[in-house]
Design a protein around this ligand. Structure first.
Ligand SMILES: CC(C)(COP(=O)(O)OP(=O)(O)OC[C@H]1O[C@@H](n2cnc3c(N)ncnc32)[C@H](O)[C@@H]1OP(=O)(O)O)[C@@H](O)C(=O)NCCC(=O)NCCS
Length: 153
């Protein structure tokens, strides 16, 4: 696999023609993936939609809903073959820096209780657990709790 260095990485705003690649990464990562229409709606309503590329190939994306000084991180994923190489950390650290510059004061997000890797990523970036949302996510025939994280900027 191609070596990933910061020199080969680009972060830019998502555009409609990215949705096909983004949806493929989404499908490989989630048991209840968003479909292409949901990503198109996110672009249309003006959510912050950002992609991470390695030499022109999309390897990650993030969707954030901003309400005044609060940022709700709705979705972030890195393509499976690029995971666990520091890219999620690099990507989110960059986004957090930009949000701070743009005046956001608080970021919050939900994560599945079983999603230990994502929880480690958020904790490494200084997020704190502030609560739990019972049965927030579908899981087979049942539901799974979400852990609610926040980070003050
Ligand atoms: C969560 C996700 C975005 C993290 O991205 P990533 O590029 O794999 O993460 P990083 O390589 O930057 O790792 C950051 C930290 O997460 C943890 N981590 C990530 N992947 C890991 C793995 N496979 N094994 C162990 N720890 C892991 C580690 O603590 C790591 O820090 P460390 O290497 O200093 O110990 C990515 O795994 C992903 O896309 N998962 C599927 C989608 C998802 O769950 N999104 C979050 C929904 S809330």
């Amino acid at each position: 696999m191609m070596e990933l260095t910061q020199a080969t990485l680009t972060i830019r705003t998502m555009v409609a023609s990215d949705i096909h690649q983004v949806s493929q990464i989404e499908a490989e990562n989630y048991i209840d993936p968003w479909n292409a229409k949901i990503f198109a709606d996110c672009l249309q309503v003006g959510y912050q939609c950002v992609v991470l590329l390695c030499e022109e190939v999309i390897i990650g994306y993030c969707i954030v809903m901003h309400v005044l000084e609060e940022a709700h991180l709705l979705n972030i994923a890195i393509s499976q073959q690029s995971q666990n190489q520091g890219l999620g950390f690099y990507f989110l650290q960059h986004l957090i820096h930009d949000m701070q510059q743009d005046g956001s004061k608080l970021i919050y997000l939900e994560v599945r209780q079983s999603n230990i890797y994502a929880q480690k990523l958020y904790e490494k970036l200084g997020f704190n657990i502030v609560g739990k949302r019972k049965g927030y996510y579908p899981l087979g025939n049942g539901r799974e709790d979400a852990i609610l994280y926040t980070k003050y900027l």
